[in-house]
Design a protein around this ligand. Sequence first.
Ligand code: GLA
Length: 345
Amino acid sequence: MKLPAGFRPLQLFGCLILLLGGGGCTKTPDTAAAGKAGGTSQPIKIGFLVKQPEEPWFQLEWKFAEKAAADLKFNLVKIGATDGEKVLAAIDNLAAGGAQGFVICTPDTKLGPAIVAKAKAANLKLIAVDDQFIGADGQPMKNVHYLGISARKIGESVGQTLAAEMKKRGWKAAETAVCMVTFDELATAKERTDGASDALVAAGFPREKIFRAPVRTTDIPGSFEASNTLLTQKPDVKRWLVGGMNDTAVLGAVRALEGRGVPVENAIAVGINGTDCIVELEKAKPTSFYGSMLLSAKEHGYKTCEMLRQWIKDGVEPPLDTRTVGTLITRENFRQVLKEQGVRD
Ligand code: GLA
């Protein structure tokens, strides 16, 4: 097989393994121009591991990480690490392939201590993105560099948006209930849905009418199943407000409402991410998916890589905790906002 100039067999081997694992491999075209790590002759190589590579959010993080690799001249290895075994194998492969660090959204936050130990042994720097590691004591590992969203605040904005839209439509609390799609196993998810519920209560909505639909899996089928179970138990509710930890959670509930024949105008659903609901907002006929809190995939994908590269190259340690914000997008403004944020052309 003829290899591209400057492409070492080890890298090809690494790419093949990663591709089999559901990931991809991106290489800046000119290795000679790539930044060098800490005064060694090694070009900088950074891994970017995500838990759900099929989710548009993570694809967008990768897109911005690729942009950082092209702008800042380092090699990027994208890895879909959907379970603990894949994460640990990927760290070994990165180390064998000459990487100096990685950014990771782990498939299970309790893997934190194992990931840290493995990275340390392999002399790899790491930044956790999106989902903060949880230590053996059940608490967030605050000594591991992390970039994530201001989860509680963004959740509160979801609750406020739902309450405002309900008021605008003149709905009565007596005929309305909330379907909150929850995943309390993940701290950032719990903070978001707790924030949304608390903001609804603060706006006057009765807490006893906020019903939880706990998911087993964080995909649309998982959320559909959980929501459908709740809706079956509450056949007398006329109007529904819907929240969840991200667009996927909320979209599953929207599909369940449709499946049970709840008219589009009798439900208001607000997601988080703003990236996994674009197709929904583009549909010619509106659904009950009202809007989403658009997060900054650029900060999560580009900035994490930029911070890690600087840490590797110049020894500049990033802040331990960086938080990002959200902006509401609806059918009215999403095209404009997505363009401004560089998500869409
Ligand atoms: C979690 C969710 C993603 C996205 C990120 C944002 O990882 O699973 O869908 O919301 O947080 O940080």
